[in-house]
Write a protein that binds this ligand. Structure first.
Ligand code: GTP
Ligand code: MG
Length: 318
């Protein structure tokens, strides 16, 4: 099926869509009306085109049985720690966004690296038998660390590096563009995980002051929408986003920190995990929000070989 086969798409509009990267029916079906308005379509035209694309892919209502069938496709990816996997109900899920938030040094980037390696393991070893895309906003991607982790799980270090597509995002607009681009790569290269490390750093730096907060949230909303619909849902991939925490001096009891990005990021994340430092190499992970797993905590370690169970796994998190 060609773009021109959709209701409301003639040659000129097809050209406009293609230029903006909407070069297939799936991409249009996953687009929001606002996105298409942004490339110069009228609201009415955008609605007609998106509806037609969704119709042709039979997106819309589906029976509970179809839904169950789609859920059965959900893959689970091992973190390297059985305790941490159990917290997620058996590993990091595809078709979902998992948010890792915590202070500096809590292990967000280490976990991102580990998952980009583990995703390449065969399914029977806890992997998803696919490649990775890594969107790096803080220049903290380390190929030598990937090689080290690859060796530890007995994969060829260079092959593993070869199966990770890395892009450095220079600002929030570039980051959003890279997410769109990632959606294409995911389709072409059997990619099963996309890591965005960090999700909010650029947004936070560029949008300061109250007046711009609404703009920031709107853009973040669109960014998360692309990650969920065009990557996680459409291609049955896992999406990992990392997030810093900011101090909340107004909170007197408990941990006075909360993730940046507020409820927009939280609303779009299926799983939210709070990471914090413990003694030495130990880290504590707390599952904050999940559709079907109880909230809980566990201990894991960041070792030379990567993410591992703590040597005293039965130890209570504190
Ligand atoms: P920010 O991005 O600064 O917010 O922090 P983060 O949460 O991404 O922290 P990151 O994952 O980078 O964790 C850094 C910590 O991981 C270091 O302080 C080390 O404790 C540990 N780490 C990093 N690399 C290695 C390594 O090669 N070997 C070991 N044993 N530990 C490492
Ligand atoms: Mg980091």
């Amino acid at each position: 099926m060609e773009l021109e086969d959709l209701d409301g798409v003639g040659e000129a509009i097809a050209e406009k869509l293609k230029e903006a990267g909407y070069d297939n029916i799936e991409a249009i079906a996953a687009a929001s009306i606002g996105e298409l308005k942004d490339i110069g379509l009228t609201e009415a035209a955008a609605q007609k085109i998106v509806a037609s694309a969704r119709q042709s892919l039979q997106m819309g209502f589906e029976s509970g049985l179809d839904f169950l069938e789609k859920r059965k496709q959900v893959g689970k990816l091992t973190t390297g720690s059985k305790e941490l996997d159990a917290l997620f109900g058996g590993g990091i899920e595809t078709q979902a966004i998992t948010e890792l938030f915590g202070k500096f040094g809590s292990g967000k980037t280490q976990l991102g690296h580990q998952l980009a390696v583990n995703v390449q393991l065969p399914v029977e070893k806890g992997g998803l038998g696919g490649g990775a895309v890594y969107i790096d906003t803080e220049n903290t991607f380390r190929p030598d660390r990937i090689q080290q982790m690859a060796k530890a799980v007995k994969l060829d270090p260079n092959e593993v590096l070869g199966n990770i597509q890395i892009a450095r995002a220079y600002n929030s607009d570039h980051q959003m563009l890279l997410a769109e681009k990632a959606a294409e790569i995911v389709k072409e290269k059997n990619v099963k995980i996309v890591v965005v490390d960090s999700l909010v750093a650029h947004f936070r730096a560029e949008y300061t002051g109250r007046g711009t907060l609404a703009d920031r949230q709107q853009k973040l909303n669109r960014h998360m929408h692309v990650l969920q619909r065009k990557i996680a849902d459409l291609h049955n991939a896992a999406v990992i986003v990392t997030n810093q925490v900011m101090s909340r001096p107004d909170i007197l009891f408990g941990d006075p920190t909360s993730p940046v990005g507020g409820n927009i990021v939280g609303h779009h994340s299926t799983f939210r995990v709070y990471l914090r430092k413990s003694k030495g190499t130990k880290r504590i992970a707390a599952l904050i929000d999940s559709p079907n797993m109880p909230e809980g905590e566990c201990v894991f370690e960041v070792t030379t070989d990567g993410i591992k169970d703590s040597k005293e796994p039965k130890e209570k998190a504190k």
